[in-house]
Design a protein around this ligand. Sequence first.
Ligand code: FES
Ligand code: FES
Length: 158
Amino acid sequence: MKYPIHFFVNDEAMDLEVEANKTMLNVLRDQLCMTGTKEGCGAGECGACTVIVDGKPINACLVLAPEMDGMHITTIEGIAKDGELSPLQKAFVSHSALQCGFCTPGFVMSGTALLMENPHPTRPEIIRAISGNLCRCTGYIRIIEAIEEVANQYKGGE
Ligand code: FES
Ligand code: FES
């Protein structure tokens, strides 16, 4: 059985019919071909599928597709503006905070949600915010430093 849903992805209105046993991650990747949101575990353990809904990071693999009705979803494809990477994306590049890159969209989305809610996070707050994201390559330090750099930019801008 299919369900009609109306929702927004990166401020664009969408109308789709989705199957009840599919997830938001399936819809993004398979129906909308938005493959920036990664599928790692598919079970809420790795954070590779992190997107932002109502300012909060969530695991797209844990949301059933019909539940997307009415949601405003931001994905990794939606945070660069006018062809320019977001400040956090730039900081990931300048800090070499990625290796294979598979986890990177999820970390960027968790970091972006944190900075939206709290522009001046402490290091413990950053660590807590990315605690649901797993990386097998980087050792996490450069990721933390990239988020800290953006937090310091905000401080410097005041
Ligand atoms: S794919 Fe969703 S948490 Fe791992
Ligand atoms: S950069 Fe490879 S898993 Fe994080």
